[in-house]
Design a binder for this molecule. Structure first.
Ligand code: NAI
Ligand code: SOE
Length: 387
């Protein structure tokens, strides 16, 4: 069995999630498409890089990500840094001939994403953008039902991504609130995940009409580069800095296939944590999913007998997508880690088999174009058609 060496850039939240997936993937999916060796990790903070190498199981630690990218031992470069660094890292990795997985949003805007796509295509390497929620088995099951025509032509997609970690004005000004670094706020950070699922489940966007709001215009400046996601609050007297991204986005969609839809996303919804939901109405049935109950897919089929018709719950398990590799009894519990393990499996399979990844940078670019159109629509207060 082949072994591929991974070089991971960034030592924060996603470093932990991706490293766990590299270690665990063959434990779930066996025979694995290839074994993975956690070869090197880079973080601009050398102390953090060394600590992360030890904790997450990497052989080498670098403070300069370029050294990692040009390390001849590395086959796959995994980019889990703040968004403004994705483009230059991807382009350099592609030029060095490495396969690339990059966290979402692929880029801060479509122009950057376009340059990234051109670089990986010119280099002929595999490329994946890490929209992992579509890999939740219940979401993949929804996709299967839709492909099989079980709910007929789709009429409506109603999605949400609601969180509350930044609802408190004392949640510090991390990189996620800085446009130069993040590109946008709730839009690129969380709405993008639902846009990915809407494209995956329903199809391409024709046009958008959006409203974006910034509820908390300044926040206490955070010490240190890691985003603590509101878990460490600043005192009320800490110096403040300006927020120049959206806290909330509300969006109407017209799809190419005539379906309509909406997405609402905010990081200021007290009581909501990782509230990713979608309800899809088709001519022959409906599907509902809530990530906070991610083992479950609710379905209602129009031809169910009228006296028992209504939403019923299917627990994802061995007879569903990815079921061979996951737990042997439905409802034993799918977690966030499993979505990353499945993502890793699909990435490695594509590399070994020489097939396209999904979602890849073409998808990342399309989502970046949609995000740009959403921002334009909010600014102009009008519908914007996708070009
Ligand atoms: P984080 O703030 O926890 O960690 C970022 C790390 O990057 C820090 O350790 C920082 O020191 C390091 N870094 C900064 N500049 C660097 C440089 N020049 N060279 C090397 N390392 C550098 O950030 P987090 O939450 O891990 O986010 C990283 C990316 O992952 C973002 O693009 C974010 O949108 C995405 N993300 C995706 C999630 C998902 O569910 N798919 C969940 C969380 C984040
Ligand atoms: C913060 O909103 C965050 O970490 C996002 O960056 C991720 O993409 C999301 O999945 C979890 O929340």
């Amino acid at each position: 069995m082949q072994t591929l060496n991974v070089g991971l850039i960034g030592g924060g939240f996603m470093a932990k999630a991706h490293s766990l997936a590299y270690a665990a993937m063959p434990m779930f999916f066996w025979p694995a498409p290839a074994l993975l060796n956690r070869k090197a990790i880079a973080d601009v903070n050398m102390e953090l890089a060394r600590e992360a190498a030890q904790r997450l199981g990497y052989e080498k630690a670098y403070s300069d990500w370029r050294e990692l990218v040009h390390d001849p031992d590395i086959h796959i470069v995994d980019i889990v840094t703040p968004n403004h660094l994705h483009a230059e890292m991807v382009i350099e990795a592609a030029k060095a001939g490495k396969h690339v997985i990059c966290e979402k949003p692929l880029a801060r805007n479509a122009a950057e994403a376009q340059a990234m796509l051109e670089a990986v295509e010119a280099a002929g390497v595999r490329h994946m953008v890490a929209f992992n929620y579509r890999r939740t088995p219940a979401v993949a099951l929804a996709h299967k039902f839709i492909q099989e025509g079980r709910i007929g032509n789709i009429l409506n997609f109603r999605g949400t991504y609601l969180q509350d970690w930044s609802a408190d004005p004392n949640s510090p000004l991390s990189w996620r609130f800085n446009k130069d670094i993040a590109g946008s706020g709730a839009l690129g950070d969380i709405a993008a995940h639902v846009i990915d699922m809407a494209r995956y489940l329903v199809g391409e966007f024709d046009s958008v009409n959006a409203l974006m709001k910034t509820w908390i215009p300044e926040r206490p400046i955070q010490q240190g580069g890691l985003d603590r996601l509101g878990t460490v609050k600043s005192g009320g007297d800490a110096p403040k800095g300006k927020v120049d991204v959206d806290d909330e986005v509300m969006l109407m969609i017209q799809f190419d296939n005539q379906a309509i839809g909406s997405i609402e996303s905010t990081r200021n919804a007290h009581g909501r944590n990782n509230f990713i939901t979608f309800e899809i109405h088709g001519e022959k049935g409906s599907i509902y999913f809530n990530y906070e109950r991610r083992d479950e897919l609710q379905v209602c089929f129009a031809d169910d007998p009228t006296d028992t018709k209504g939403f019923r719950t299917i627990y994802s398990g061995p007879s569903h997508p990815y079921g061979d590799g996951l737990w042997p009894i439905p409802a034993l519990g799918i977690g966030y880690s499993e979505t990353k393990i499945i993502e890793c499996y699909d990435l490695v399979k594509a590399i070994v088999e020489g097939t396209d990844c999904s979602p890849d940078f073409r998808d990342g670019l399309q989502i970046a174009k949609i995000c740009d159109a959403i921002a334009e629509s909010s600014e102009k207060q009008q519908w914007v058609k996708m070009k």
